[in-house]
Write a protein that binds this ligand. Structure first.
Ligand code: P6P
Length: 335
């Protein structure tokens, strides 16, 4: 059996190799990975852990919170607040930012996360996941403010997700490609199972919630209609469709075998640019996809170039196999 490389060794070698992972960032990534292990254990207990169902509360998005949403959020806060690597955190489950308490040392990083994305799937035993993004806090000794988080995705220093499915798999980038680690439950360690992940530039598989078709804008309708026409149509090939309704699961499939994921703007809530959140869903996933050779736009511009205006702002998302994303984007920007 080939020598197993655990997450810690991988991060130490990356740190030693090109200095891309300063010690504080390595600590941050190891702490987040440990928190994901704890979340995985809670998720895997299911009904046995009395963690199923909804809490009697709503999050800042106005969505009913699942008990596991709150548990996952608390696990990430508690794991990260004392280590001295962070200055503050932001979460889909919290309206404002969370400042590291003064009783703990202050670090130079900002951590953003969707603690349990796809939580509508919890009660039906379908894969869900944690998404995280790491930014540097601006220079200076002043306290961190919400505006310090409003950096474009191209400023991220690390990003990743952990998918809680048949396997628990941690996928991360620090800007030098994408690596995947599978949790060895017997040892309680993440083991390197894939590095230099590459997404095929072409695909025959699209992921979108088809029930919203009548609400889409014309460029998306045109793209999906052409896919549905199959080899008799302008694409000259048949397409397959997948929709898990869990972004982490859909993105992980694309990271593994290619594909294109679309959650576009639609007429149901025309004042919202999209359903997914820029800071802790689209930006980390967009960077991971780009680092694996794919592309990510909002239909008109690169996701990672979008200048955020608010912490929980939403965005239209088209990401995955490069040539398909470029096609959909070209339909939005006719010459
Ligand atoms: P719909 C989960 O709630 C989520 O934020 C993403 O993980 C997922 O891709 C999307 O919403 C699913 O949305 O409208 O199909 O339920």
């Amino acid at each position: 059996m080939s020598k197993r490389v655990f997450l810690t060794r991988y991060l130490v070698e990356q740190q030693r190799h090109d200095g891309r992972i300063p010690p504080e960032l390595r600590l941050l990534l190891e702490v987040v990975a440990r928190a994901c292990k704890r979340i995985s254990l809670a998720v895997n207990k299911g009904a046995l852990g009395e963690v199923m169902g909804s809490a009697d509360s709503e999050n800042v998005q106005g969505e009913v919170q699942k008990k596991l949403d709150i548990i996952a959020n608390e696990v990430l806060i508690e794991a990260n607040e004392w280590g001295g690597h962070l200055a503050a955190m932001a979460s889909e489950e919290m309206e404002g930012i969370y400042l590291v308490p003064n009783r703990y040392p202050q670090g130079e990083y900002l951590l953003l996360f969707d603690p349990l994305d796809g939580s509508s799937n919890i009660d039906v035993n379908v894969s869900i996941g944690t998404i995280f993004s790491v930014l540097r806090k601006p220079e200076g000794d002043r306290g961190v403010e919400e505006s310090d988080f409003l950096q474009p995705g191209c400023q991220q220093v690390a990003a990743g997700y952990c998918v809680y499915g048949p396997q628990t798999t941690l996928v991360l980038t620090v800007g030098d490609g994408v690596a995947m680690f599978t949790l060895d439950r017997e040892q309680g360690s993440f083991v390197l199972t894939e590095e230099n992940v590459r997404i095929p530039e072409d695909t025959k598989e699209f992921a979108i919630n088809m029930s919203n078709m009548r609400h889409w804008d014309e460029p998306v309708r045109r793209y999906i209609d052409e896919c549905l026409q199959g080899k008799e149509g302008p694409r000259g090939k048949d397409f397959n469709m997948r929709w898990v309704a869990s972004m982490v699961a859909d993105v992980h499939r694309i990271m593994t075998r290619g594909g294109v994921f679309l959650y576009p703007w639609d007429r149901r809530e025309p004042t919202k640019p999209g359903k997914l959140r820029l800071m802790y869903e689209a930006n980390p996933m967009g960077w991971l996809i780009e680092q694996a050779g794919g592309a990510a736009t909002n239909g008109r511009q690169r996701i990672l170039d979008i200048a955020p205006r608010t912490l929980h702002e939403r965005v239209s998302v088209i990401l995955g196999s490069k040539n398909e994303v470029e096609r959909v984007t070209s339909y939005h920007n006719p010459l």
